[in-house]
Design a protein around this ligand. Structure first.
Ligand code: SF4
Length: 390
């Protein structure tokens, strides 16, 4: 078994640092222009430069997502965009559009990864993209681990495969429901998750009813890591550039632990890690297509399930205090925890002040405020403050 890359989404610069601090080997990031997460905060060029330097100082990698399907008017600005991004020295561009791929290949030497949106599902497709200059192919999500193995037996190519995160009722994410229902193009970053709604099913054989018939469950492949490593998959990828700091921290830490554990002992159980993964927001889990030809929907509800609330992130530390950017206020009737790269630790917050040292009470807390709390040995940069959902 080789050592696979753990690839984690980073929706902004803070999440990039969290992912790499908590165990990711590489992150993928977007710009608002050509990535498929138009409504994620995304990165400015200077943030990207900073993030790539941060990663390279730690011998880690940053891949830039350019996986929209480019329409004619965007092709005018694309060459300048590619040149500017290539100057930042990223470790790859992730591309699905054949025209964008050719443009990038002609203009720079940045390695090119073929996006899952390109729907590559077989060895002939991989051989084609390899001969076209691709360093890596990110397979369609509908490909099983056994099929990955069969592809690698025929074509020596780097394969990247999704192991965790949201699944989608369309094939490889190619869908135009949002174009029709909200005038937003799913294939250019505008998906409004129309498939998560309740739909009526009315036929002569099905009684009048409504259900979330396209609400795909999330993928959790932690118990397939051994099979993925044995198959020779180069990179295991987590979905979720719109997800919270807590999600990024937990999936990075827990999949890092899972991979390291399986490399030590291929038979080692990972049930404890599965349980912890289920504490962060999810639509309930399935194995996706990793070991079967079809997967499951959660037809009953479309809310996220979670057992931990994300309260805030440590943004800075000095000798005495931790400075926490609050995502949401908290009450003190439920115990809190710090999540750090080494695990979960009890958080006892006795006193808090604002940055000007004015004491704060729980009632004073507002989303996005900065609070100072007493530093303890367990608190490190990017520690995440959480509280069980009551
Ligand atoms: S609407 Fe649903 S099925 Fe369509 S792209 Fe968005 S998540 Fe996928």
């Amino acid at each position: 078994m080789g050592i696979p890359e753990l690839l984690v989404p980073a929706g902004n610069l803070e999440k990039l640092k969290i992912a790499l601090t908590y165990g990711a080997d590489a992150v993928y990031v977007g710009t608002s222009l050509f990535g498929l997460r138009k409504y994620a905060p995304n990165f400015t060029l200077s943030e990207l430069r900073h993030g790539i330097e941060f990663a390279h100082q730690r011998t880690k990698r940053v891949y830039i997502v350019l996986n929209s399907f480019a329409h004619t008017h965007t092709m005018d600005t694309l060459p300048r965009m590619i040149d500017a991004l290539a100057d930042l020295n990223p470790d790859a561009f992730i591309i699905s559009d054949r025209g964008v791929f050719e443009l990038a290949r002609a203009r720079c030497s940045v390695p090119l990864h073929v996006s899952t949106q390109a729907s590559v599902t077989n060895a002939a497709g991989c051989a084609y993209w390899k001969s076209a200059g691709a360093k890596r192919v990110i397979l369609a999500r509908e490909v099983s681990i056994n099929a990955c193995k069969a592809i690698l037996e025929q074509v020596p190519v780097e394969l990247e495969v999704f192991i965790h995160g949201a699944m989608c009722a369309s094939y490889s994410g190619k869908c135009v429901i949002s174009n029709y229902t909200a005038a937003r193009d799913s294939n250019r970053g505008g998906c409004v998750q129309s498939c998560r709604h309740r739909f009526g099913v009315h036929t002569s054989s099905i009684p009048r009813s409504e259900a979330h018939i396209m609400n795909a469950q999330d993928l959790m492949g932690v118990h397939h890591i051994q099979a993925m490593l044995s198959a020779g998959i180069h990179s295991v990828k987590i979905e979720g550039r719109m997800k919270s700091n807590l999600y990024v921290a937990q999936v990075s830490r827990l999949y890092r632990q899972a991979i390291d554990r399986i490399l030590q002992d291929p038979e080692a159980p990972c049930d404890d890690l599965e349980n912890e993964l289920a504490t962060v927001s999810n639509r309930t889990f399935s194995d996706g297509f990793l070991d079967r030809p079809q997967t499951a929907c959660n037809t009953q509800f479309t809310q996220y399930s979670k057992s931990l609330n994300f309260l805030g992130t440590v943004q800075a530390l000095d000798a005495t205090y931790a400075y926490v950017h609050l995502k949401q206020p908290f009450t003190t009737d439920t115990p809190m925890q710090w999540i750090t790269p080494t695990g979960t630790h009890e958080a006892a917050i006795n006193t808090m002040t604002n940055a000007a040292n004015t004491p704060l009470r729980v009632a004073d807390l507002k989303p996005n405020c900065l609070i100072k709390v007493e530093r303890t040995p367990t608190i490190v940069p990017y520690s995440i403050l959480t509280q069980p959902v009551s």
